[in-house]
Design a protein around this ligand. Structure first.
Ligand SMILES: C[S@@+](CC[C@H](N)C(=O)[O-])C[C@H]1O[C@@H](n2cnc3c(N)ncnc32)[C@H](O)[C@@H]1O
Length: 261
């Protein structure tokens, strides 16, 4: 069967926007729309504000372009489904030349992330038997598009650890675009992840000023991981979320989600 070139597919849609809109604006908007459409499957404290920004963002585009935004998302999902061992959006970001918009922002090539992830993998004692830990936690406080964390998910899988069940990912970046790239990719890969926008040095982790995004898989597995978040501002907000919405989300998602493993 002929292999699909997903980068080419993505660019064939993305380049159509160039006739009317700036490439940087389209990239940022595509990310926000994709991220918000996944995050807002659950009615969290941030739901309303994300919904409003979603509508405002999509509203900037003419109808034919509005209809193309979900196609960019669909190609991204298909690309990661076809090959989860890649930083699809990070690669595209550089291929399009978007680093020029961001003072030379640079993401680590995926094969280096793979190597780093493998040498940092501490073996099966990361779980259960010796430590009593039920899951592994892994963090990248300057996550970019999430390449290091994607590589860790794949390293876990290669070591026969189901990362969708046994790994909690925490990612942070000061830059919203990077944070959203990471959120979209970790969500599509079915990672249990909290992806945070904020300064890791001045305001690390679940600081009240930070913008925290939970992936759909984390909501699904919330009971398992909630202990990790207890005492943080985010946990307070999530726990106060309408439990009916959560129940409904879990029921619907359980029937629909295809797991990558
Ligand atoms: C060289 S990139 C690496 C990204 C990713 N870890 C990778 O390996 O591809 C560095 C990232 O750190 C982020 N960053 C820089 N200063 C930061 C800070 N104080 N807090 C959080 N993120 C920061 C940048 O926005 C950028 O995305």
């Amino acid at each position: 069967m002929e292999k699909i070139d997903y980068e080419k597919e993505f660019l064939s849609i993305y380049n159509k926007f160039n006739q009317k809109y700036s490439k940087w604006e389209v990239w940022k908007d595509f990310l926000y729309l994709s991220a918000a459409s996944m995050a807002n499957t659950v009615k969290t404290a941030e739901w309303q504000q994300r919904e409003e920004r979603y509508l405002q963002t999509i509203g900037k585009y003419e109808k034919e372009y509005q209809e193309m935004m979900p196609n960019l998302f669909a190609v991204t999902a298909a690309a990661l489904d076809d090959n989860p061992e890649q930083d699809f959006l990070g690669k595209l970001y550089h291929r399009i030349g978007l680093e020029q918009e961001q003072k030379g922002q640079f993401f680590t090539p995926y094969h280096i992330c793979e190597f780093m992830s493998e040498i940092n993998y501490a073996g099966d004692e990361m779980l259960d038997a010796k430590t009593g830990k039920k899951y592994i936690t892994v963090s990248d406080p300057a996550c970019g598009a999430g390449a290091m964390l994607i590589a860790f998910a794949n390293t876990a899988r290669k070591h026969k650890i189901n990362y969708q069940d046994k790994v909690l990912f925490v990612a942070q970046d000061i830059d919203e675009t990077a944070m959203l790239m990471c959120y979209v990719q970790l969500s599509l890969l079915g990672c249990n992840a909290a992806v945070i926008r904020g300064d890791s040095l001045a305001k690390p982790g679940f600081h009240p000023d930070n913008d925290v995004w939970f992936t759909p898989m984390l909501y699904l597995k919330w009971e398992k991981f909630r202990g990790f978040f207890e005492g943080t501002e985010e946990a307070t907000q999530q726990i106060s979320m309408n439990p009916l919405d959560m129940k409904q989300f879990v029921e619907e998602a359980s029937g629909q989600m295809t797991l990558a493993i």
